[in-house]
Ligand binder design. Structure first.
Ligand SMILES: [Zn+2]
Length: 223
């Protein structure tokens, strides 16, 4: 298994240790492209999504990382429509626990809050790099190019797996004030985003790729 690891569990020392991680383009079609995502964007899915209540967004600081097999990791994550001070505080606390755990990304369900929110900073150091907050993110398009990377996850301690994912991705999301925007990510930021997005979608790419644990034993709903 490749030695380099990263994402929210990993220290950047590992993250930036290289060659064995970056690698191999695996052809073109490991993910559905085009029509599936276009339909999702144009359809009524947004209207049908459950909206988070203030109770859903209630939290206590400091936040703690939720680990498998906590059912919160498999619960539906609700859309946010209150862009208030509570949300800002939640984001601040998520960054705080992310940095404390040497992470570079974190999804809200990993701190016990089932809402569609993620934070990340590919540099992984407070005051360095760029802090990115994505509220209600949706994938607009995946690249055809797919790359392999060794991943780990704070919620699954000790589990590592090589995961193939698209090299870049186009995202529609809202910022912490509720403004809508689109962004193209590639390389490490795209990798972090897709890992966190799996948490919001209750996908389990990491787990499904690990030799140490099976998808059935975790009970992930979608692959
Ligand atoms: Zn994770």
């Amino acid at each position: 298994m490749a030695s380099a690891t990263w994402l929210h569990t990993f220290s950047l020392r590992h993250a930036l240790r290289p060659r064995s991680t970056f690698s191999y383009a695996y052809g073109s079609s490991l993910r559905p492209l085009g029509p599936v995502h276009v339909q999702a964007k144009r359809g009524s899915a947004l209207k049908d999504e459950d909206v988070a209540s203030s109770d859903n967004l209630r939290f206590e600081a400091p936040l703690k990382i939720v680990e498998y097999p906590d059912p919160v990791l498999r619960a539906k994550n609700k859309r946010i429509d209150s862009f208030d001070d509570n949300l800002k505080k939640l984001v601040d606390e998520m960054f705080d626990v992310m940095y404390k755990t040497d992470g570079i990304g974190l999804a809200a369900p990993q701190v016990g809050i089932n809402v569609r929110l993620m934070v990340f900073n590919p540099v992984g150091e407070r005051g360095e790099g760029e802090e990115i907050v994505l509220v209600n993110p949706r994938v607009n398009k995946y690249s055809k190019k797919v790359v392999l990377f060794n991943e780990a996850c704070l919620s699954f301690p000790g589990i590592f797996a090589d995961v193939k994912r698209p090299e870049s991705v186009k995202i529609d999301a809202q910022n912490i004030k509720g403004a809508k925007f689109s962004v193209n990510l590639s390389g490490l930021p795209a990798r972090v985003f897709q890992h966190e997005y799996d948490h919001l979608q209750v996908f389990c790419s990491l787990v499904s790729h690990s030799s140490k644990i099976t998808v059935d034993s975790v009970g992930c709903s979608i692959l």
